[in-house]
Write a protein that binds this ligand. Structure first.
Ligand code: AP5
Ligand code: MG
Length: 223
């Protein structure tokens, strides 16, 4: 039986960090639409060419593009056991489309978890973030530095990258988009009795433990 988990929260809330941990813990696949779009930009595909300027401006890419991308991705073999949605849905039309899509596959959104964070912490989290250029492992200058400075813990590579949209101006625009377009998803899921909140300000291990308590304590589909 597949399990589908949606992680919600503003930029820097810890969605990607925690999705990777849950992926390992539950054998599910992380579906990060931000990562998919960045890969499309890097590869220079038609979607990437359309998305690049929008992402750099801190705006949301069109719903149709994202819905088609997730629909395609959910059909792939590694998503058979279920998925952790990281950065999707991000608008009410995307949430409605995800419900329709999963129902058509005989599945549903089992858990919707909001990572709750103080806005003041987000800019610091995002501006300190970097990832390994080779394997994509995530780090933070202060909260999660590599064990040996300059060397990736996971793969030993020594080149790191920072995201083009992680500067203070763009982060403010991403936050404004979150409040205007993504926050309305919270009442959408609350009205369906699916929403749970987790304190995203706790340290990373504590947040993981709280997420596991929510996912592990609820039989899929019971919420
Ligand atoms: P996306 O890549 O999804 O970015 P985002 O939502 O802005 O979220 P972030 O990736 O910045 O934050 P996160 O919550 O993953 O935090 P992380 O775990 O890295 O989207 C980018 C763009 O793509 C969008 O702006 C839009 O243009 C487009 N897009 C994507 N999806 C779309 C969609 N569905 N529709 C339309 N457009 C879409 O953590 C941040 C940092 O904090 C890390 O350094 C981490 O080490 C650290 N940290 C994490 N947890 C903790 C903790 N508990 N304590 C201390 N530090 C922590
Ligand atoms: Mg992320």
């Amino acid at each position: 039986m597949a399990i589908n988990i949606v992680l919600l929260g503003p930029p820097g809330a810890g969605k990607g960090t925690q999705a990777k941990r849950l992926e390992a813990r539950y054998g599910l696949v992380q579906l990060s639409t931000g990562d998919m779009l960045r890969a499309a930009v890097a590869a220079g595909t038609a979607t990437g060419l359309r998305a690049k300027a929008v992402m750099e401006a801190g705006k949301l890419v069109d719903d149709e593009i994202l819905i088609a991308m997730i629909s395609d991705r959910l059909g792939q073999a590694d998503a058979r056991r279920g998925a952790i949605f990281d950065g999707f849905p991000r608008t009410v039309p995307q949430a409605e489309a995800l419900d329709r899509l999963l129902v058509s596959m005989g599945r549903r959104v089992d858990h919707v978890i909001e990572l709750q964070v103080d806005e003041a912490a987000l800019v610091e989290r995002i501006s300190g973030r970097f990832t390994c250029k080779s394997c994509g492992a995530g780090y933070h200058d202060r909260f999660q530095p590599p064990r040996v400075a300059g060397i990736c813990d996971a793969c030993g590579a020594s080149e790191f990258v920072r995201r083009a949209d992680d500067n203070a101006d763009t982060v403010r625009r991403r936050l404004a988009e979150y409040h205007a377009k993504t926050a309305p998803i919270l009442p959408y899921y609350r009205a369906r009795g699916r929403l749970r909140g987790v304190d995203g300000m706790a340290d990373m291990d504590r947040v993981t433990a709280e997420l596991e308590a929510v996912v592990g304590s609820l039989p899929p589909g019971a919420a």
